[in-house]
Design a protein around this ligand. Sequence first.
Ligand code: SF4
Ligand code: MG
Length: 330
Amino acid sequence: EAPLMKVENVHRTYRARKRGTFNTYSNVQAVRGVTLDIMPRENFGIVGESGCGKSTLTRLLAWLETPDSGSIVLNGTSLGALSSRDLIRKRNEFQLLLQDPYNALPPRTTVGRMIEESLLIRGSFKRADLRKRVIAAMAEVGLAAELYDQLPNALSTGERQRISIARALILDPKLLILDETLSALDQREQGRLIELFSKLQDKNDLTYVFISHDLAMVRKVCTRIAVMYLGEMVEIADNRDLFFDPQHPYTKALLSAAPTLEEKPFDASDFLLEGEPPSPIDIPAGCSFASRCPKAFGRCRVETPRLVEHSPGRLAACHLLDGDEAQAAA
Ligand code: SF4
Ligand code: MG
C-alpha cells in the first residue's frame, strides 16, 4: 500500500535574532532531515520534549511553512509543486487541529457560521445546501443542532474542539494533523474525543497524525510512533515495540521520565534524563544525544548515527544498534 503522506528528507532552518543584539542573527536548525511514511488509516504519533522541533514539523506537515529542502507528498502529489490555486483545493485533504481552537475562532461568530465559513473559504459548495451540510457536520461530531446560533464563549473546551473538528470534516479531509489537540481536556472529555476520532476514522477512512508531549495519550491512541530529538527522528516503531522494547537511549530516557507511564518493562534507572538538549543553533558533531546519553562512547562524538531499520518496522539512529556494543563497553 502506498503512503498517504510521504515526508522526504525535510529540512527547515530559520533565522532568529541573537539574544541581546539588534541585528545579529543565528540560524536555528529546527528540522533536520526528517523522513516519514504515513500510511492510510493509521494513527501516527510524533513525540519529543519541547524545543525538539515538533512545532516546526507540525507547521511543515500542515504546509503552513515550506521546507528549505526535501519534499512532502500527499496522495501522490508533491505539495511544493502545486500552483497556489491547486494548493487551495489540495488543502481540503489535510487539516490541522490546534490544542485549543478558541483563539483561532472568531469570538462574535455563531457556531453554525464558523463551520460554514470553512466551506466558504475553500470554495466548492451549493448555497442551498450550506445549512444542511453544517448541521450534518455538527451531528457527526456530537454537537447538538441547537448550538447552531450560539456564540462559542459559553462552550466548553471539548465543545470548541468539536467545532474545529467539524470545520475540518466538512471539507472531507483524508488526513488530520492534531497538535496537542487532546492535551487541554480532562480525562473524560479526552476519552470521548478519542472515541469520536475512532468512529470518524472508520466512517471516513481518516488518517491521524498526533503531535504531542503526552506519552500516555500517544500510547493509548497511536499505532506507530516517531521520537524526535533536536530536529531529527531518532526512533520509529509500532506502539508495542516502542513502549515495551525501546531501542534508542533517548526513547528509554523519555519513557523513564514520563510520570504518567506506570509500567516500565526495562530498567528505567539506567536512563535518567539529565541536563538540557544542545541548542539548535549549535548542533554538536556526531550523535546529537551524546551530551546526555549514559551509553555514549568514542564514535558517538564524531559520527552521526543514521536512522536505520534494524528489524522489520523498527528504525533507530544509534551506533549501539550496529553491533558496536563491544566497542561501547571497551
Ligand atoms: Fe548514545 Fe551513542 Fe547511541 Fe547516540 S549513538 S544514542 S550517544 S550510544
Ligand atoms: Mg515546540
